[in-house]
Ligand binder design. Structure first.
Ligand SMILES: [Zn+2]
Length: 199
């Protein structure tokens, strides 16, 4: 089993393993696709692209979510306020260390708002503050993608599996997630035939 090189676009989902991995087939054999990291790669590319094109896709929250930040989080917020706006967060400063979130990126479930913002602000620690803006943007996009992606242990319909596969193939790097982990494992017909002593 090796990390896949994707040479065929005719990947068909066959089912799900432990509601976490998509089992699929193409002309060359079998593929196992990690559903969470596959979706993460799709969303990461989307967030980075929409930011570059300034096409913000944002959804309004029914009720603005207020967050009381720590002093360190507030300092981090001041640094990434523009990046957060560019990616679809509509945030207002209230008095003191309180902020109100009025809108969030469309792909993010509303229930994840609080967690993802805390995670982003906590990750902008002292050592990163001198870092390049692109690193900070990548980190924000990666946090968002992780929170918004389908989880493992989640049942997917055949349509959703096909959608994930089709969209994954359109990304900049279908075989690795934004953190560099593999997305697809492949078992070729050669591997299979060799395993059954048919070669
Ligand atoms: Zn993740």
């Amino acid at each position: 089993v090796e990390t896949a090189e994707i040479s065929s676009n005719h990947i068909r989902p066959l089912g799900q393993l432990h509601e976490s991995f998509i089992i699929a087939a193409d002309d060359e054999g079998l593929l196992l696709i990690d559903q969470h990291v596959a979706h993460e790669r799709i969303l990461f590319d989307k967030f980075r692209r929409s930011e570059g094109e300034r096409q913000i896709e944002s959804q309004n929250l029914l009720l603005p979510e207020t967050l009381d930040l720590t002093p360190a989080q507030l300092a981090a917020f001041a640094l990434v306020e523009d990046e957060l706006a560019a990616i679809g967060f509509g945030v207002m400063r209230l008095s003191g260390r309180t902020i109100a979130v009025k809108s969030i990126p469309t792909d993010l479930p509303a229930a994840e708002t609080r967690n993802v913002l805390a995670e982003i602000l906590d990750s902008i620690d002292a050592e990163k503050r001198g870092g390049a803006k692109t690193t900070i943007r990548d980190d924000i996009a990666a946090s968002l993608a992780c929170r918004a992606a389908v989880k493992i242990n989640m049942k997917l319909t055949p349509e959703k599996m096909q959608w994930l596969i089709d969209r994954l193939l359109l990304t900049s790097s279908p075989t690795t997630c934004p953190h560099g982990r593999p997305v697809i494992l492949r078992l070729t017909m050669r591997d299979i035939e060799r395993g059954f002593h048919r070669s």
